[in-house]
Design a protein around this ligand. Structure first.
Ligand code: HXC
Length: 514
């Protein structure tokens, strides 16, 4: 027996060093970590249980019959993060460039299927030259198998992709279907066609980093939800993100110990909204004051910055926050902000994460650019997402709630559970100037002094509508609250809503305006 055990140990050891020391050194020289080093950093110490370490490819073409590495370029298994089980795969660039073979895809699919059955998140560490060219269509089939499982797992378990090297061609569509994409500056890139093909087809000269690097995808395309300085930071951020998530769609996020009996008035909140309602302020300041420890994990921080999305804890409970950002474009809703907000709302709803909406929105962005690119279609996504969400939903209107944007931002009418307003709230069909110029057009133009008339009508309108009380009289606002008491009110609201049960009508699936 001892001989057999020794043999097993030898085989196990052979799987530990991937493509060999030279290849690992080359990986380090590029500022990248070896696939196993990444796993060690990501998971709780000593918790990784590998499977399929002895799997080999079955390809015989182009000399591959003589090239075998145990595990075939991807490490798969189960581990714990923050004490909770997860499934993971880590593509090993030191083995044939981490390229995806038939056997390699089977390994990934196996852990995904198990993760769905046992209800645990899947984390993919991507670093691959794409489909294994020598295998041809078999490798393409492997990708399709993964795409199908990504889709079937969507909304069942959280799926997280960490891009730590190349991710090109059709390979990009697996991360794209997952819930969150992390990228690392300067060492990771994603594109459907690389700079050389771009040059041939469109004659554009563009670098890898500009075309598909982390900053490009974090700020321009919105493909990346998180951009990190280096791999260690990315892996630590993944651990942090998991703190806010449940294990699967039937689970709830973990609650952290918190003394709910302590009332906490935050006087500083009374001083944030400027007296002049056209002046900007930073909504992040409000969020940081409201949430536990001022810790707000922003998702899509650099994309569509006129809306903020992210996770926090309040009274120990995990929540998703969607907030207009008056400091950028006055917090207006445009195409990118709508899509960003909609995807986040749907994630939270799929995984039982209550939503907090902080609202200060002058409306949808006007203009041909927005109309021609489909603000109607895209704005409808955000509306649809809030309408269909059945998780606890609480809104606080800090200042403007104008026009369609009032309805969209989790109004009472679309099943907001608790809708609060600060005394600074202005709830109306449109801003005072636009409104007065329309409804008093004739009166103003025929007045002896049109400017004086305009100002008179403006004061009348502001007096009547630029407050939260008309909405409160109708019950569209449940309470007008002092900013300083907002944290207390929110904690009470989310505790009350813990047992909320709401359902949408039975159907195959809805038809969100994609
Ligand atoms: C087989 C591959 C490979 C691949 C890299 N290698 N990509 N082997 N299939 N797709 C191998 C190389 O031959 C090399 O082997 C080793 O991995 C490291 O690659 P290098 O080129 O030396 O590394 P580097 O200079 O860092 O360049 C990395 C790279 C480049 C940019 C990723 O390798 C590259 O362009 N690869 C091809 C990318 C590609 O076009 N893939 C197909 C995309 S389409 P040795 O033995 O020399 O160390 C696709 C379809 C998906 O993926 C379909 C879904 C529908």
């Amino acid at each position: 027996m001892q001989k057999k055990i020794d043999e097993l140990k030898l085989k196990r050891n052979a799987a530990q060093s991937g493509g060999g020391e030279d290849k690992i050194k080359a990986q380090h020289d590029k500022g990248k970590l070896f696939a196993r080093e990444r796993i060690e950093l990501l998971v709780d110490e000593g918790s990784f249980e590998e499977i399929d370490a002895f799997v080999k490819h079955r390809s015989k073409d182009f000399g591959l019959d003589k090239v075998h590495y145990p595990g075939d370029g991807v490490i798969t298994g189960f581990a714990k993060i923050n004490g909770k089980p997860i499934a993971l795969f880590s593509q090993d660039f030191t083995v044939l460039g981490g390229s995806l073979s038939e056997a390699n895809a089977e390994k990934i699919c196996k852990i995904m299927r198990t993760a769905m059955k046992i209800g645990v998140p899947v984390i993919g560490l991507n670093d691959s030259g794409g489909a294994r060219i020598q295998e041809g269509v078999v490798s393409l089939g492997g990708y399709a198998d993964i795409f199908l499982l990504n889709t079937l797992a969507s909304g069942v378990i959280p799926q997280i992709s960490v891009i730590l090297g190349p991710c090109a061609g059709g390979a990009v569509y697996s991360p794209a279907i997952t819930d969150f994409v992390f990228m690392v500056k300067n060492t990771s890139y994603m594109f459907v066609t690389g700079p050389n093909v771009v040059k041939t087809v469109t004659h554009e000269d563009v670098s890898f980093e500009d075309l598909g690097g982390a900053e490009t995808h974090a700020s321009k395309s919105g493909v990346a939800h998180f951009v990190c300085e280096n791999e260690v930071e990315a892996l630590m951020e993944v651990r942090k993100l998991l703190d806010y998530l449940p294990q699967n769609f039937m689970d709830r996020p973990s609650e952290f110990a918190f003394d709910n009996t302590k009332s906490e008035l935050i006087e500083k909140l009374n001083e944030i909204i400027p007296d002049n309602s056209n002046k900007p302020y930073d909504m992040r300041e409000i969020i940081n004051l409201l949430v536990d420890g001022g810790e707000f994990l922003e998702v899509h921080q650099h994309y569509a910055e006129n809306i903020l999305t992210g996770f926090a804890h309040i009274g120990g409970m995990s929540i998703g926050i969607v907030a207009n950002q008056p400091a950028v474009l006055a917090g207006v809703l445009d195409i990118n902000a709508s899509v960003k907000g909609a995807r986040f709302v749907r994630f939270c709803d799929a995984f039982n994460i209550p939503l907090l909406v902080l609202e200060d929105v002058p409306g949808f962005l006007p203009g041909t650019e927005q109309e021609w690119n489909g603000i109607i279609r895209h704005g409808a996504k955000l509306l649809y997402a809030f309408c269909e969400a059945t998780v606890p939903k609480v809104t606080v209107i800090t200042r403007k709630a104008y026009g369609g944007a009032y309805d969209v931002m989790n109004s009472k009418h679309i099943r907001g559970d608790f809708n609060f307003a600060w005394p600074s709230a202005e709830i109306a069909v449109m801003g005072p100037k636009g409104a007065v110029e329309i409804i008093f057009k004739r009166e103003i133009s025929s007045a002896e002094n049109p400017e004086e008339k305009l100002n008179e009508k403006l004061s009348e309108y502001v007096e009547k509508f630029a407050n939260p009380f008309i909405a409160a009289e109708r019950g569209y606002i449940d309470d007008v609250i002092e900013p300083s008491e907002t944290r207390v009110k929110l904690i009470q609201a989310f505790i009350l809503l813990k047992n909320k049960a709401d359902r949408n009508p039975k159907k195959k699936h809805g038809n969100i305006p994609l």
